[in-house]
Ligand binder design. Structure first.
Ligand code: UD1
Length: 433
């Protein structure tokens, strides 16, 4: 097994110290999409041939996924922004508990592992900060493809009965358009015997990216990006070389950084259609956005209140709800923000209030009355996107904001402070202890 990683810079108990009030300018480069990269890495389990993925972001979540694949017998070689995955010698059907618990997305390995080896044992992913996040749909779909699935003491065991251990195509209707379930089942169906239809499938760009990789590996997939995906199973898949899409959530975060500092900034590369609902809301809030096809330039002078409801793609993404709330905390007027996807994803409200934001809560709705200025304060990032929201608030606040809880931020943003500082921000990574 070869497993090389670049260790992140070690600072004991790190925090970000942000001196607010600096305008941003120039351009920020967007990395490859974390959520795509994670599932594309899992797809390497479907073939004995090497898969080379490019535009892989340097994140701790990617490192964790590499460790899980390595534990299953995959040879993982990381070289800068490329990663080579060779699943010729998979020797394990059981993923280690500690690793799966630390990275929910690794549960998605159950689909390709089962399809390839006829058996997969995955610990149930732990609860997480933003909600309970069940895997009922993933399990229901695997059963529809002929797997016998049992859950015992927190471990999901899936077995393909009969000779040949091959899943068979089937019709699956998801009760909710779960991104992870759609991806898990697409990978499982790619090697199944016959045709699979997934109805009420997730339409997120990461699902389309996975379809792109699978097709490049020789799979027969139609309809990704619509509500119905059809996969005709093939006997074997082959290796390929594939580039991950740009991270739409990272791009959206930097557009919001420009908006909250009332700046003029270009963010690239992006696939503008991936950010349709976000662009619409930014424009509604008074920002001007220029789309040159591969980049978006945002100019903000005056920001007014808008209402937001998070929804599955193409609706407004839950992953940008917290960062957008930071912007609206500084807008003129009162915005109403409703979180419909995750039940516990408004924990950043209390932290924004510590910075002077005026926010009232009722159930899953936040009423945000914009204030003319936020003030710097020590705050805690309570999950990945909430941490990004704190950084944005800090960029606009008067004085110094310190953001703790960077273990979340480092999971999803490649060199956040380096990129923002390159555009004019004043952020330092220091030790809190
Ligand atoms: C993915 C993203 C995450 C994003 C989320 C929603 C990855 C690695 N993560 O997470 O960043 O916030 O999509 O866009 O890609 N649900 C059920 N039953 C299930 C599965 C899901 O009720 O069996 C519900 C969840 O509780 C949640 C909603 O469906 O309310 C969306 O969850 P899902 O799309 O599965 O999110 P993930 O794939 O885990």
């Amino acid at each position: 097994m070869t497993y090389t990683i670049v260790p992140p810079q070690k600072i004991l108990n790190p925090q970000l110290e942000i001196a607010g009030g600096h305008a941003l300018s120039g351009e920020i480069r967007v990395s490859g999409a974390k959520n795509s990269a994670l599932v594309l890495m899992a797809a390497c389990l479907l073939t004995r041939d090497p898969i080379r993925l490019r535009n892989i972001p340097p994140l701790t979540d990617i490192t964790a996924m590499g460790e899980i694949l390595a534990a299953l017998g995959v040879q993982v070689i990381r070289q800068g922004e490329a990663i080579e995955l060779n699943g010729d010698h998979i020797n394990q059907s059981t993923a280690p508990y500690e690793l799966v618990n630390s990275l929910r997305a690794s549960f998605f390995c159950i689909g390709p592992l089962l399809a390839r080896t006829g058996m997969a044992k995955m610990p149930l992913p732990g609860g997480c900060q933003i909600g309970s996040r069940p895997v009922v749909e993933h399990v229901k779909g695997l059963k529809a493809l002929g797997a016998q699935v049992t859950i015992d003491h927190g471990v999901v065991t899936a077995v393909v009965p009969g000779q040949g251990h091959r899943l068979r195509g089937g019709r699956i209707h998801l009760d909710c358009p779960s991104v992870g379930a759609t991806e898990t089942l697409m990978m499982a169906a790619a090697l199944a015997d016959g045709e699979t239809t997934i109805d009420n499938a997730a339409q997120e760009p990461e699902v389309v990216d996975l379809a792109g990789l699978l097709i490049a590996m020789g799979a027969r997939v139609r309809g990704a990006g619509t509500q119905t995906i059809t996969i005709v199973g093939v006997d074997r898949l082959h290796g390929t070389d594939y580039a991950v899409i740009p991270d739409r959530i990272e791009a959206g975060t930097y557009l919001l950084a420009a908006a909250i500092t009332r700046s003029h900034l270009r963010v690239a590369p992006v696939i503008p259609e991936h950010l349709g609902a976000v662009i619409t809301k930014l424009e509604e809030a008074g920002c001007r956005i220029e789309n040159d096809g591969i980049g978006l330039t945002l100019r903000a002078d005056h920001v007014r209140a808008v209402d937001l409801r998070t929804q599955p793609f193409p609706g407004f993404p839950t992953d940008l709800q917290a960062p957008f709330m930071s912007l609206l905390a500084t807008a003129e007027g009162t915005s109403v923000i409703t979180e419909n996807i995750f039940e516990n994803r408004l924990q950043h409200v209390a932290e924004l209030q510590r910075m002077g934001a005026s926010i009232r809560m009722k159930g899953n709705t936040a009423f945000v009355e914009g204030v003319s200025r936020l003030s710097g304060a020590p705050v805690q990032g309570t999950d990945l996107r909430a941490s990004a929201a704190m950084v944005l608030a800090g960029l606009a606040a008067e004085g110094i904001t310190t953001v703790q809880g960077l273990e979340y931020l480092d999971r999803g943003y490649a060199d956040l402070e380096g990129k923002l500082n390159g555009a004019g921000a004043a952020i330092r990574r220091t030790s809190a202890s």
